[in-house]
Design a binder for this molecule. Sequence first.
Ligand code: NAD
Ligand code: TDX
Length: 337
Amino acid sequence: MRLLVTGGAGFIGANFVRQTLAERPDTTVTVLDALTYAGNRASLAPVADRIDFVHGDIADLDLVDELVSGVDAVVHFAAESHNDNSLADPWPFVQTNIVGTYSLLQAVRRHDVRYHHVSTDEVYGDLTPEAAAFDETTAYNPSSPYSATKASSDLLVRAWTRSFGVRSTISNCSNNYGPYQHVEKFIPRQITNLIDGVRPRLYGAGHQVRDWIHVDDHNRAVLDILDRGRIGQTYLIGADGELDNKSVVRLILEAFDRDPDDFDHVTDRAGHDQRYAIDASLLRSELGWTPRYSDFRSGLAATIEWYRDNESWWRPHKALTERAYADAGETEISTTH
Ligand code: NAD
Ligand code: TDX
């Protein structure tokens, strides 16, 4: 199997490439990545001599056409992925997430190449605390520029599949955690703050709920879908890991032997989604997928250990990331909750 992996220098893509090569040594991998602030070639260092790395933009039609013509399947991870950035400047999200996906779809259409589209549960909007979890029939209702551009890209995939017969599958996954995640994201930000002796930063009261899944469980599901998924089908990926943000911060504090109240409340995110939750029954029953990281506390402990052991990987990005949050106006607030 010859794979083109877009965004393979990012968090989930790099974990996918390493895992795929470890489990399937016969696979040939080409990575296409623009190396934005979120891409890091060091994340691929352990497999550097086993992949072809192409530094380029998924919106480059000619480059994409040439690369797609030489593979059996495309797994599309590349995206602008951070909600807070999409609030500060939505344009790169429109360009990469929508135009970039268009470019890939035109190429897989022309060369009749199998295409898997990696998307997010955020396309469904958010849930009230008592609502049933998202499933494959939930209507799209995105809230942020990030989730709106991901929803747009999903709709392009559906249209290219129905109108042009593109052999595609889509997966919509919940919040990932694990090694090699950029320090702008919630869990790595708090871990690296604590390593630096800085208090964790909780948006608003911290009552928002996310459905956490380990990145390796996500990627195993992507491989299962690539192998045995039905063409034209959407699969939701989640590991029943619902937790509110304050509880996550307290688990991280506990792992650092710190007081459970040793965090700051800061300015809330505009339009902050309240709750995401995934019903992954279809993936489980049809493809036999089950998560291996069923205990969030131990997955989190391993992730903390990884950030302690790999300071050279994240250190160059930490100060810049914190400055961007400060420049965006993040300040401490008081809350009565
Ligand atoms: P990330 O931001 O860590 O990595 C994105 C990668 O894409 C980077 O390597 C970046 O350089 C590359 N990239 C960006 N623009 C590009 C362009 N125009 N051309 C080529 N490469 C480009 O993102 P991530 O967290 O690894 O997310 C990967 C995918 O998974 C995204 O599509 C995201 O929407 C989806 N997803 C993420 C999560 C999560 O919790 N992180 C959950 C569900 C779905
Ligand atoms: O410092 C913080 N404090 C805080 O309370 C940060 C960075 C975040 N938060 C909150 C916001 C969210 O409720 O934590 C939660 C998780 O935040 P993020 O890590 O930014 O993730 P989220 O916005 O939920 O989106 C993530 O999951 C779905 C990924 O970034 C997306 O790419 C994916 O589609």
